[in-house]
Write a protein that binds this ligand. Structure first.
Ligand SMILES: *Cc1c(COP(=O)(O)O)cnc(C)c1O
Length: 378
């Protein structure tokens, strides 16, 4: 089976050299647009590419407003602030995620609560959230859900490797318990749930354009929101400066989270290629599914969803198979890596409240990511 896997990877990438897990490809207008910012000297916080990138992203996703920021962690931090998350609050999320999800919760002064994930989506399970709330929370006279005295303010599902979570069911749980739904859509740019773009179904959503994501701005992120919250997001991520031709007045605590124009130029060019990127990734996923048929389980998009297949993943039979697969593929120059260590195993989050997490633990021992980058020159 390892030979079949290595052959499937090499067959797609058509090289005998080392194959990375994911690498960016700049084969469109990237050089021209970045050069334009340098020639104009508008490389920093002022320039037309930021506006263009935000407008293009809003158009693509259908969000009322898209606000570009320095990275995906900052985007989620501000999304949580605007969702009302503050010091002492609790925020329900999944233990199977990249650490940035929890770090953003911590930056907002809150603590995560970990609930289990679904086998099908690898993301937050609506039943697990409902179960934990029923067993542990109560709704006060003010309509807010509480664990003891602490307010449970929001719920942050993450669309693992681009596969959308069961948003309709999660939205129902959130509505019943008065939680604000905020989507960490860092990995799912281009993915849709029942025809709607991920990141636009919750009250707010966040995206990342880090170097390893489906498209990159070097470093960057985007807040997706309706027009009113989007305007708030723009204000607080640009130091809360009151618009004025020359005076510096700031009317609340703000952040300097602006995306520089030179990064936005890269983003505009990359976004022009997104359709081609998603198409190639979807074809690669099918190539893995076909190539490993009867040998190993490749994670597939959930029903009713169209996934961007940002990172392809295999579910191994057990940890021994996983470790053997990691050793064999990496030794053969085909980079693979295990899914993240569960957040509950990290020192910062080990003490956080949690439900029982059998599926997250089961998947954490078995899931391996396969090379998923776009082919160079594409
Ligand atoms: C990439 C990522 C982020 C944000 O990462 P940045 O490096 O800050 O852009 C957040 N959450 C998840 C799940 C991610 O994969």
């Amino acid at each position: 089976m390892f030979e079949a896997l290595i052959a499937a990877v090499r067959d797609h990438y058509r090289t005998t050299g080392p194959i990375p897990l994911h690498a960016p490809v700049f084969a469109g207008n990237e050089q021209a647009y970045v050069a334009e910012t340098i020639q104009s000297t508008f490389v920093s916080s002022v320039g037309s590419f930021v506006d263009r990138f935000e407008a293009d992203m809003a158009a693509l996703t259908g969000a009322g407003r898209a606000v570009a920021v320095v990275n995906g962690t900052a985007a989620l931090h501000i999304a949580l602030r605007l969702a009302g998350v503050g010091p002492g609050d609790l925020v329900i999320t999944q233990p199977l995620t990249f650490v940035a999800t929890c770090n953003a919760i911590a930056y907002a002064g809150a603590d995560p609560v970990f609930c289990d994930v679904d086998r099908t989506t690898l993301g937050l399970s609506p039943e697990a959230v409902e179960g934990w709330l029923t067993d542990n929370a109560r709704i006060g006279t003010d309509g807010l859900a509480r664990l003891g005295e602490r307010v449970i303010r929001a719920c942050v599902p993450m669309h693992t490797f681009g596969h959308p979570v069961r948003l309709a069911e999660l939205a129902n749980v959130c509505a019943r318990w008065g939680l604000v739904l905020v989507e960490d859509a860092a990995e799912s740019l281009g993915s849709t749930y029942r025809g709607q773009h991920t990141g636009t179904i919750g009250r707010l959503g966040s995206q990342s354009f880090n170097g390893n994501k489906i498209l990159t701005t070097g470093g960057g992120g985007m807040i997706l929101a309706d027009a009113a919250l989007g305007a708030r997001a723009k204000h607080v991520t640009t130091t809360a400066k009151v618009p004025h031709p020359f005076e510096y007045v700031h009317d609340e605590l703000g952040w300097n989270y602006r995306m520089p124009n030179i990064n936005a130029a890269l983003g505009v060019a990359q976004l022009e290629r997104l359709g081609a990127f998603v198409a190639e990734k979807r074809a690669l996923a099918q190539h893995y599914i076909d190539g490993l048929a009867g040998l190993a389980e490749v994670v597939r998009e959930p029903e009713g969803c169209r996934s961007n297949y940002w990172l392809n993943a295999l579910v191994c039979d057990d940890m021994a198979m996983r470790d053997a697969l990691l050793a064999a593929t990496n030794a053969a120059g085909v980079m693979t890596r295990p899914i993240w260590a569960l957040m509950t195993t990290l020192p910062m989050y080990a003490g956080a409240p949690r439900g029982s997490l059998p599926m997250a633990e089961w998947l954490a021992a078995r899931v391996v990511n396969l090379p998923s980058g776009i082919r160079g020159g594409g």
